[in-house]
Structures are given as C-alpha cells and as structure tokens.
Ligand binder design. Structure first.
Ligand code: GDD
Ligand code: MN
Length: 374
C-alpha cells in the first residue's frame, strides 16, 4: 500500500531532478512512496525531464501547471493530488536533507505528532553550508515577525520541509492562502486545533544547481500576507494597499506641483493671470503624473495577481483608471466644498473629500480596471 508522497515544487530545476530521485530512492528504501514534481511550466524544461524519468519509474509523477506561479499553491495542489495517507513537502534542489524523511514518517505515523518538520534554527541545526549569511539573517527576522503575528511558536515556521497526514491537510486545504513561500506557517496558523509538532534539526545545504526563486515579490507577498492575518478583517488588505499607494501618489503630486511652480512660476508672470496660470499648469501636470504613478504601482503591487500586460490592455487600463479618478476628483471637490459651506473647517473637509474619492476610486477600479468587468 502506498505510504508516503513527497511533493517537490519546481521552477527551473531541470538539472536537479534526476539527482533528487536518486537521493529519495536511497533514503526511502523500505517504504512505499511516490514523488510528485509540481512544475509551473518552467522554461528550462524541468517538467520534460521529470516526465522522462517518470516513464521508467512509476513512483514518479508530474503535475504541470500552465500560467500559474507559486511555491505554496504548488505544494497544496501536489499534496491534494496524492492518495498517500502521509504527505511531505521539500525543495527539489538538495537543500533539504532527505535522510530525515524516515524519522519524520515515524513521528507522524506514531500518532504522537500531527506534523514533523525540519528546522534550520533548532538546536543542533546548521546553516553554514548554505553559504548565505544574508538569508540566514532575513529568515531569522521573518520567523520573528511570523511568530508574533500568527502566534505559531516554532524555531523555523518559514521552513519548507515538513510532513503531515493527508487528512489533517485536507480538512483545511480550502482555507489556506496558497500565496508565496510560507506553506507550513500557513497550515499551522489556519488549522484551528493546536497541532502537535515534532521538530528535527536540519543541516541546511547549499543548492545543487540553479538559483533561489525567493525574490522581492515573494518577500512582498509575505508581508502582505502577515498584514492580512493581522488587520485584514478591519481594513481589507487590497484597500490598505490601494490607500498606501494613494498616499504616495499625493506626495508625488505635491512634488511635481512645487517643482513646476518653482521652475516656471517666473515665466508665467508675463501673462494676465500669472499665479493662476502657473498653478493650473502645475496642478494638471501633477494630477496626471500622480494618477499615472498610482496606476503603475497599483498594477504592480495592489493587483499583482491581475496585472495588466501588453501595450493594448495597459493603455486601456490607464484610460479607465484616469476616467475613474476624474470622477473621484469631482466628487472630492463637490463634497469638500459643500462641507466648507456648511461651516466645516478646511482641512477636515479636504480629508473627507479625499476619503470619499479613495473609496470611489477603489470600488470602481477594482471592478472596471482590474476586476471582472475589466
Ligand atoms: N511550482 C513552483 N512554482 N515551484 C517553485 C516556485 C514556483 O513559483 N518557486 C520556487 N519553487 C520551488 C523551487 O524550484 C524549489 O524546489 C522550492 O520551490 C524552494 O524554492 P527555492 O528557490 O529553492 O527557495 P530557497 O531555497 O531560496 O528558500 C528556502 O527558504 C524558504 C524560507 O525562507 C526554502 O527552504 C524554502 O522551502 C523556504 O520556504
Ligand atoms: Mn532551495
């Protein structure tokens, strides 16, 4: 009977596949196991390489995802695709010591533990061979804030090497976020009942071949995910991002406006309405710059999952965003002016107008620029 499935998410790991299979074969002798490579259509042909091996070895399976990216979601799909009662996730690059797998299996099947995982920071673990002191520091920091925000108290909640019973995962799989790299943390923070966790000290090795895929986007998604768990229910994450981008846009606006007034203020002195002319030019230029800045940043960050690409969609998106913001601005001016007329002070009135315009811009652009009517 099939006992264990090892899930190996891959992106551009072609040169590591054969070696990984060899290492698993040696480590798991005596167990009935399968290995599932979950590849996101890697340009280097990782999936082809895995299929080549799978043709001769029925223990090897391949899931190839098209148009998708992400370590955590790949791990979840791999775990859900196996009939094995116990599932493990590990890097496909040799960094995780596969000889720990039998001990992890024993811990999870003993009934004493729900989860077994390998920690880079437990006593007896080491990260020296990794050769990345910068990443050791960054992981320590990420672990510390993850512990604070989620209450998960492990030495390495960011670890990507763990094992658990498939039923434990299946019960809550639909509630996992599936974003970024933080799959173990996600499981521990999502499952309501406390899970009994067995920790194994890991000697985290250097990669066999290729490069790490943990980049700035992954770090950004991690921070967004923490925010979501922390304050997401009070101020929705997307709106918080949109608002932050908007605040940065306001700074851009004021910078451009003051630059125009400084640089060209004197030239406009010759016209009939010197001050107004410079202001109108400055304000128009500043609005367009800030609006474009907001569009670009929202497209990259706030809606990174629905990012508009290619000249046509990008231009259409920009025009729709401009139209949305134009209406938002009218509403802003209308409401703040009305408030001032009924005796509200200038700044509270201005802030009320800004909040109203932000909500309007957010509601409309989320549907018509990046949403289902986009
Ligand atoms: N399918 C898929 N899609 N696989 C991916 C993706 C993706 O978008 N991104 C990365 N992977 C695969 C890699 O090919 C590798 O097998 C594994 O996921 C881990 O990625 P690495 O690029 O090797 O990450 P790392 O070694 O720098 O990061 C280490 O620390 C992280 C936490 O700090 C690993 O141990 C991670 O597992 C861990 O989460
Ligand atoms: Mn790795």
């Amino acid at each position: 009977m099939l006992q264990l499935a090892v899930i190996l998410p891959t992106f551009n790991e072609r040169k590591n596949i054969a070696l990984m299979v060899e290492r698993l074969d040696a480590a798991l002798a005596g167990l009935r196991w399968e290995a599932i490579f979950v590849d996101d259509n890697s340009p280097d042909g990782t999936a082809d390489e895995a299929r080549r091996i799978a043709r001769d070895d029925p223990r090897i399976r391949v899931i190839e995802r098209i148009g998708r990216r992400g370590l955590a979601s790949a791990a979840i799909e791999g775990m859900c695709a196996s009939a094995a009662p116990v599932v493990a996730v590990m890097d496909a690059d040799g960094q995780h010591d596969e000889t720990l797998l039998p001990q992890m299996y024993a811990a999870v099947t003993s009934g004493e533990y729900d989860v077994a995982y390998a920690s880079r920071f437990a006593e007896g673990a080491s990260t020296e061979a990794w050769g990345r002191p910068d990443r050791v520091k960054a992981s320590g920091f990420a672990n510390a804030i993850a512990r604070r925000v989620t209450g998960v108290d492990l030495t390495d909640p960011m670890s990507g090497f763990f094992m658990l019973r498939a039923e434990t995962l299946r019960a809550d799989a639909h509630r996992l976020s599936g974003v970024g790299f933080k799959i173990l943390l996600d499981i521990l923070a999502t499952v309501d009942r406390p899970l009994r966790v067995k920790e194994f000290p890991l000697n985290f090795a250097a990669r066999m071949e290729g490069e790490s895929k943990l980049d700035r986007t992954v770090v950004f998604e991690f921070l967004v995910g923490l925010y979501d768990k922390w304050l997401g229910r009070i101020i929705p994450t997307r709106f918080a991002l949109f608002g932050t981008v908007g605040a940065l846009g306001a700074i851009v606006h004021l910078t451009v406006l003051s630059a125009v007034l400084h640089l060209f203020g004197a030239q406009f002195q010759v016209s009939h309405y010197p001050k107004e002319a410079a202001f109108i030019v400055g304000q128009t230029l500043a609005s367009l710059t800030a609006m474009t800045f907001n569009f670009v940043l929202n497209n990259e960050l706030t809606y990174s999952d629905k990012r508009l690409r290619g000249f046509g969609p990008y231009l259409r998106g920009w025009l729709k965003f401009a139209a949305t913001c134009a209406f938002g601005m009218l509403a802003n001016i209308g409401v703040s002016t009305a408030l001032i007329r009924i005796g509200v002070h200038t700044y509270p009135a201005a802030i009320a107008g800004i909040i109203l315009a932000s909500v309007w811009n957010f509601a409309l652009s989320s549907k018509f620029v990046w949403g289902k009517y986009g």
